[in-house]
Design a protein around this ligand. Structure first.
Ligand SMILES: Cc1cc2nc3c(=O)[nH]c(=O)nc-3n(C[C@H](O)[C@H](O)[C@H](O)COP(=O)(O)OP(=O)(O)OC[C@H]3O[C@@H](n4cnc5c(N)ncnc54)[C@H](O)[C@@H]3O)c2cc1C
Ligand code: SF4
Length: 502
């Protein structure tokens, strides 16, 4: 029986982050392990409320009150099992998920701070490793069916693991030189050290999943060839088409880049250092891209922008401004706008924000300013108001509000426009919708018979937890399509949306 008064006895507490001056000298994760005493105390704050809205907040339907109580009572092995029953990769979500479950925690109804669900999750995930490692699960007799998974992000890997565990022969094709999708070269090590991905990949390989890196499907191998070799294909190619701003004067100047160009280059340097190889941060064409000694301006307010901020500080930027089009959000939930248990619009500060830099809200770039040699020297910004009219965003600059911010390096982190235009789409008979995503039918098929889609490629740029949930659900659909025995868990359907007030 859970402790109904735990939240009255204990306040919400998270482990202290590593000190800023120390952590910006390296690329290691910001959070140290919490320690058993703290995590059991925090799990005690879960009152097992009867109708756990956190289940609805989590796209995976993680059994949160169950594992909170197991942690409270020290039942770590059972907690590990319970968590893995719904989530293939809790070490990723426990580190990186924005935790919509916490926004839906019933404690929030009474004005209390939510349970630290995400922190409990990561501690259980790490306990699994500490208590004997990620042992491969025994796989059943082969079904004789084979599946190609294109893309090795969390959606592709979750689907691959589910299908392999059902006895299908699975091959994951990845065009990059390393596996993991955005977790590998998009998200910096200070948020997710890559050993977590490698450990999981070893488990998948031991369960029979085969990996082929450096294979660009649609170019190095055609859809026809892939379909001849496999009984079904899952496309999980992500939503990697970065939004740009070609109409802004000066966009073509040297020093103005997509944020992902900077992040990928920086992550490759860290990966090379880990292998004892020296490397410079460069664009694919060899152009250096490094924030050291530079005035950096990051345009955008989301995860990608915060990751650029953390990277810029670790590279030794002279100064960083982060610009956001929208006004500064409130510190607390506005219940009239975003009632509990929906995801509230509030000011989100990432660990990168306590490392330095200045956030500037309600501004838009009017021009990237040339230093006279074709290199950016500043951005000219104006204060703006933003309105939604008939679903369209109208941005109005306030007259007389323009000013310049010095900039040697400008990073565009203004979102993604869906999955990339690439030969694979036509070859598999799938098309991008108005958002640049690929629509799925209720059985997760898209385009030609036997071709399925999941993750960001279907949903548009989203979250790891959604990618895993969609990968699991698409695997269930593929298993049914292949005539597999029984059913696999399908936490979401293609139409499922986050909790919303209307
Ligand atoms: C900088 C950044 C930070 C983020 N931080 C967070 C965070 O903190 N928390 C969070 O929940 N989410 C975060 N996200 C979002 C999250 O990373 C994505 O939602 C998630 O990775 C999507 O998973 P996916 O498997 O659908 O696609 P991806 O992870 O994008 O993987 C797609 C893979 O498909 C491969 N591919 C594409 N085309 C082909 C082809 N033709 N042949 C072979 N391979 C191909 C790509 O190379 C890639 O490896 C972040 C995103 C970015 C960009
Ligand atoms: S995956 Fe995300 S939403 Fe689900 S329980 Fe973990 S932190 Fe919460």
């Amino acid at each position: 029986m859970p402790d109904p008064n735990g939240f009255l006895r204990y306040d919400r507490r998270l482990p202290a982050r590593r000190p800023v001056p120390v952590r910006i000298m390296d690329w290691r994760e910001v959070y140290p392990p919490a320690g058993e005493e703290l995590i059991r105390e925090q799990a005690t704050r879960c009152m097992d409320c009867g109708i756990p809205f956190c289940h609805d907040g989590c796209p995976l339907g993680n059994r949160i009150p169950d594992w909170n109580d197991l942690v409270r009572t020290g039942g770590w092995d059972a907690a590990v099992e319970s968590l893995h029953a719904t989530n293939n990769f809790p070490e990723f979500t426990g580190r990186l998920c924005p935790a919509p479950c916490e926004a839906a925690c019933v404690l929030g109804l009474g004005g209390q701070q939510p349970v630290t669900i995400k922190q409990v999750e990561v501690e259980i995930a790490d306990a699994a490793v500490a208590r004997g490692g990620l042992r491969p699960q025994p796989v059943p007799a082969p079904t004789g069916k084979s599946v190609a998974v294109v893309g090795s992000g969390p959606a592709g890997l979750a689907a691959a693991q589910q299908l392999a565990r059902a006895g299908h022969a699975v091959t994951v094709y990845e065009r990059d030189d390393a596996l993991g999708g955005l977790l590998r070269y998009g998200i910096p090590d200070f948020k997710l050290e890559k050993r977590h991905i490698d450990r999981r990949l070893a488990q998948l390989a031991a369960e029979g999943v085969r990996f082929r890196t450096g294979v660009n499907v649609g170019v190095d191998v055609t859809a026809e060839e892939l379909r001849a070799e496999h009984d079904a294909v899952l496309l999980a190619c992500g939503a990697l088409q970065g939004r740009d701003t070609p109409e802004t004067p000066g966009r073509a100047l040297r020093g103005v880049h997509q944020a992902m160009a900077h992040l990928v280059a920086a992550n490759r340097v860290v990966a090379a250092a880990g292998e004892g190889r020296p490397a410079l941060a460069t664009l694919p064409d060899g152009t250096p891209i490094d924030a050291a000694g530079k005035h950096v301006v990051i345009i955008g307010g989301g995860d990608t922008a915060a990751d650029c901020l953390g990277v810029a500080h670790r590279q030794g930027a002279a100064g960083v401004h982060q610009l956001d089009l929208y006004p500064e959000p409130p510190a607390d939930r506005d219940a009239a706008r975003d009632p509990w248990p929906t995801w509230p619009w509030v000011l989100r500060s990432y660990p990168a924000h306590e490392e330095g830099g200045e956030r500037v809200f309600a501004v838009a770039v009017q021009e990237f300013v040339d230093d006279g040699t074709g290199q950016v020297r500043a951005v000219r910004i104006a204060e703006v108001t933003v309105e939604k009219v008939d679903g369209r965003r109208i941005v109005t600059a306030l007259p007389g509000s323009e000013r310049e911010i010095p900039a040697d390096l400008v990073l565009l982190a203004i979102g993604f426009e869906g999955t990339e235009e690439q030969p694979l789409l036509d070859q598999f008979g799938v098309t991008r919708n108005g958002r640049g995503a690929v629509d799925a039918r209720p059985d997760w098929q898209a385009g030609a018979d036997g071709v399925f889609v999941a993750g960001d490629m279907h949903r548009g740029a989203s979250l790891i937890v959604w990618a895993i949930a969609e990968g699991r659900a698409a695997a269930a659909a593929i298993h049914a399509y292949l005539g597999g025995v029984g059913t696999l868990p399908a936490p979401v359907d293609p139409a499922r949306q986050p909790l919303a007030a209307r």
